[in-house]
Design a protein around this ligand. Structure first.
Ligand code: AMP
Length: 170
């Protein structure tokens, strides 16, 4: 199945000059959604995973599905002010703006094997901030996992030393 044919390019969203990769056509097609989950799981293989981290908000779509299939827990990494308990926070630069991400202090235990998932890796700032949060809590990042990689932005360069996998490259 040609998964790329279900990804829609939206020019100048959310800002002038950004070519936004819209995954909603993929999500709304039962067969394509199922196939993309199976392919993401193939990228993961049989590595042991205790926790899957998903970044707000599109990391919340595939992240929990992957976690369920891997018999792992799911941990949301959220935008500021959304998590109700004690948190760590990391700031980072985005392809469009700056932001910060937060994680609950009790979400990861020391030594937990963690897979970090997001729909898109662009400049890598989001993923690198998520790595820092996991490591501050004593977790071990075993894979960085993305549906889409925008290779021309070289986000991978911010994730040197981490196993980084993506399904669709542009
Ligand atoms: P970055 O931190 O630059 O790697 O940006 C990754 C985050 O921004 C991910 O959470 C993506 O969902 C979102 N993102 C960045 N660029 C795009 C794009 N061109 N299309 C869709 N989502 C994007």
């Amino acid at each position: 199945m040609d998964i790329k044919s279900y990804i829609r390019d939206i020019p100048d969203f959310p800002k002038q000059g950004i070519l936004f990769k819209d995954i909603t056509p993929l999500l709304s097609d039962a067969e394509a959604f199922k196939a993309s989950i199976a392919l993401l799981l193939e990228l993961i293989g049989d590595i042991k995973v205790d926790k899957v981290i998903g970044m707000e908000s599109r990391g919340f779509i595939f992240g929990p599905v992957l976690a369920e299939n891997l018999n792992a827990g799911f941990v949301p990494v959220r935008k500021p002010g959304k998590l109700p308990s004690s948190i760590y926070s990391e700031s980072f630069d985005l392809e469009y703006g700056t932001d910060s991400l937060e994680i609950h202090l009790d979400a990861i235990k020391k030594g937990d094997k963690v897979l970090i998932h997001d729909d898109v890796i662009a400049t890598g700032g989001t993923a690198s901030a998520a790595c820092n949060l996991v490591e501050r809590l004593g977790g071990e990042v075993v894979q960085m996992n993305f549906l889409i990689e925008l290779e021309f932005l070289h986000g991978r360069d911010k994730l040197k030393g981490y196993e980084t996998k993506s399904l669709l490259k542009y």
